[in-house]
Design a protein around this ligand. Structure first.
Ligand SMILES: [Zn+2]
Length: 352
């Protein structure tokens, strides 16, 4: 069995991993670039199947470079975000299906609506996380079965500040009128939920965020915490119409440049302070350094403590920290107590 991390190792980069085994070539995610000036990853030939973890750009936006007849396995919610014409095979959030002789198990990843992790029953188990979070109040996280090899979202590196602590910092920023550029399928709804629980329900949500929240309130596909659905239903009832006067404006896109967030920031009569809570692209990072915008991380990826919990669940021998610079593999090894995959190509003999 061979694993090639085509993109996603050693930097915050689009996800694209090729697994070759049992005569099959399976692509795990097909991400698009987060930075406009970066070269695109090379599409491998003869792909038999694509597995998509969730609907964020850096996991799906490279799909349009692949042949349209290749079967694409993803959840219904993820499928909504794909360009038309692909050979989509809808899968359950918590389920099992087969590709040739390989059984693939899925579970909720705790990071996005309709988001899943994948477990492939080969070589003692291969776990691919996509993006995961174990701290979300909105999304459910399913414990995966054991796997010998783990390919895991480590976007935050060795960072280890719990979400509860980050939320206290965030509340401080929200004392002033703020515009948060957010992805509709994730943080938008969770931020709204936090504010309502804080009795601060005067929130403006742009249409794409609101539509997503309404869909969540009607349809828990298994990726949401069961307890929040009733809260979301009442939130859709009480949420005021969109107004730029609201002290907290939640608007897409998360880069703060396109979508409603981009439009509002261009307007001369809109003075809310821009508060980023997710990944800062180079441009946003510059703005933050110059004091033009604020940044307070909302944990949507695992902290080091969460990664340690995950390693204990998986009992893995090999661990590839994805989407992060790998400056100190020895420290990773010491923290996680498993062999760290630092090379983009990894091969292992299958037991006969
Ligand atoms: Zn994501």
């Amino acid at each position: 069995m061979k694993i090639e991390i085509i993109s996603g190792l050693n930097r915050k980069a689009p996800a694209a991993i090729l697994l070759s085994a049992e005569g099959l070539r399976i692509l795990l995610d097909a991400g698009g670039e987060l930075e406009s000036d970066k070269a695109l990853w090379q599409v491998p030939a003869d792909i038999d199947a694509v597995l998509l973890s969730h609907d964020h750009t850096d996991h799906i936006a490279g799909l349009n470079r692949l042949p349209r007849d290749v079967p694409v396995y993803c959840s219904k919610v993820t499928a909504q975000a794909l360009p038309v014409g692909h050979n989509v095979q809808c899968i359950d959030i918590r389920g099992r299906f087969r590709i040739g002789g390989i059984t693939v198990t899925t579970g909720s990843c705790g990071h996005a609506y309709g988001g899943v992790w994948f477990h492939l029953d080969i070589a003692g188990g291969v776990f691919y996380s996509g993006d995961i979070s174990m701290e979300s109040a909105l999304f459910h996280f399913d414990s995966p079965p054991p796997a010998r090899i783990a390919l895991v979202d480590a976007s935050y590196g060795l960072y280890d500040i719990p979400q509860q602590q980050q939320l206290d910092r965030l509340r401080h920023y929200l004392l002033q009128p703020s515009l948060c550029p957010v992805p509709p399928s994730g943080r938008a709804v969770e931020l709204a939920l936090l504010r309502v629980r804080d009795n601060q329900a005067n929130i403006a949500m742009d249409e794409s965020c609101r539509t997503m929240m309404e869909q969540m309130s009607h349809q828990n596909d298994g990726s949401l915490q069961a307890s929040v659905v009733a809260e979301l239903q009442s939130l859709t009832q009480i949420l005021p119409l969109f107004s730029t006067e609201a002290p907290l404006v939640l608007a897409s896109d998360p880069d703060g440049m396109s979508g409603m967030a981009g439009i509002l920031r261009e307007r001369n009569d809109f003075h809310h302070r821009t508060l980023f809570t997710g990944h800062l692209n180079q441009y946003a990072h510059q703005q933050w350094l110059s004091g033009e915008v604020d940044f307070c991380r909302w944990n949507v990826h695992p902290t080091l403590s969460c990664l340690k919990k995950l390693v204990a669940m998986l009992s893995c021998q090999y661990f590839a920290p994805l989407f992060t610079p790998l400056n100190s593999p020895a420290q990773w090894q010491q923290e996680l107590q498993c062999e760290i995959i630092t090379h983009p190509t990894f091969e292992i003999e299958l037991c006969q």
